[in-house]
Design a protein around this ligand. Structure first.
Ligand SMILES: [Zn+2]
Ligand SMILES: [Zn+2]
Ligand SMILES: [Zn+2]
Length: 263
């Protein structure tokens, strides 16, 4: 199916605590460069008349206002860490606009955590106020067809935990991971755009580093790569000076266009 172009908006490129980080006076947290201001990690994918959101960060309201998001037709969850789910309640104005339930998709373990964190949303008890209206869907390894575009869950190691990235057309978004298993590497060939976790230079038990993600880029050979989930160790300008031209740091508000949905 011809879908034309897919537009990816980076809603947030920061690590779990965001940049600037509360209480920190380091050069990156006090930088004037707007690309050093990083909300929590998320993207919005637009194609045809539809918009798909990946994760609902604690900053979702601010991100949606800034990106002028007017509809969300589905939400995909990478995992259930707080920096990826805590904005879920702010989906309500989109429910009001759109009517009906918004389908949300996650792996069983993570959907269970989301259900527990937001028990009031999924309980059948009547409320005098409004609550998000959502339809839960559990994914396994099979591609999820959303409005004519297939999103394939890509299994990733996030320390001891298992999380998912997503491949859609010639784009892939792999936030939080420390390792990409071999069988997942095989699902990531022929990419135009690859987003991937690169927290900082120093090793971290649950996140990839600039050096490690550069190795992944070298193996997978996408046409372009963007690093995300970035902490305050990395100055945007100074880090990019040290990267090859086809590898850049993502920044909040960045828009990337990928031609043709079919891979
Ligand atoms: Zn995270
Ligand atoms: Zn700082
Ligand atoms: Zn995480």
């Amino acid at each position: 199916m011809a879908l034309g172009s897919i537009r990816i908006t980076v809603l947030g490129s920061g690590t779990s605590v965001g940049v600037p980080t509360i209480g920190c006076r380091c050069p990156v947290c006090t930088s004037d460069d707007p690309r050093d201001k990083r909300l929590r990690p998320s993207i919005y994918v637009r194609y045809g008349d539809h918009g798909v959101l990946v994760d609902t960060t604690p900053d979702f309201r601010q991100q949606a206002l800034r990106a002028r998001i007017e509809r969300v037709d589905a939400i995909l969850y990478t995992h259930s860490h707080a920096d990826h789910i805590m904005g879920l309640d702010d989906i309500r104005p989109l429910n009001f606009r759109q009517g009906g339930e918004i389908p949300i998709y996650g792996a069983a373990e993570h959907m269970e955590n989301i259900r527990r964190c937001f028990h009031y949303v999924f309980s059948n008890t009547k409320t005098e106020s409004s609550k998000p209206r959502l339809a839960i869907n559990i994914f396994d390894a099979s591609p999820i067809n959303l409005f004519g575009l297939e999103f394939t869950p890509i299994r990733l190691c996030h320390g001891q935990g298992t999380v998912h990235g997503f491949r859609f057309g010639k784009a892939a978004y792999l936030t939080d991971h420390s390792d990409i298993p071999e069988e997942s590497m095989n699902q990531l060939t022929g990419l135009d755009v690859l987003f991937l976790d690169a927290l900082r230079h120093r090793p971290h038990p649950t996140h990839s580093t600039v050096e490690r993600s550069l190795q992944s880029v070298e193996k997978l050979a996408p046409r372009r790569a963007f690093f995300t989930h970035i902490c305050h160790d990395l100055s945007h300008a100074r880090t990019e000076e040290q990267l090859p031209p086809h590898v850049r740091l993502a920044y909040d508000g960045l828009e990337i266009c990928v031609e043709e949905g079919a891979a």
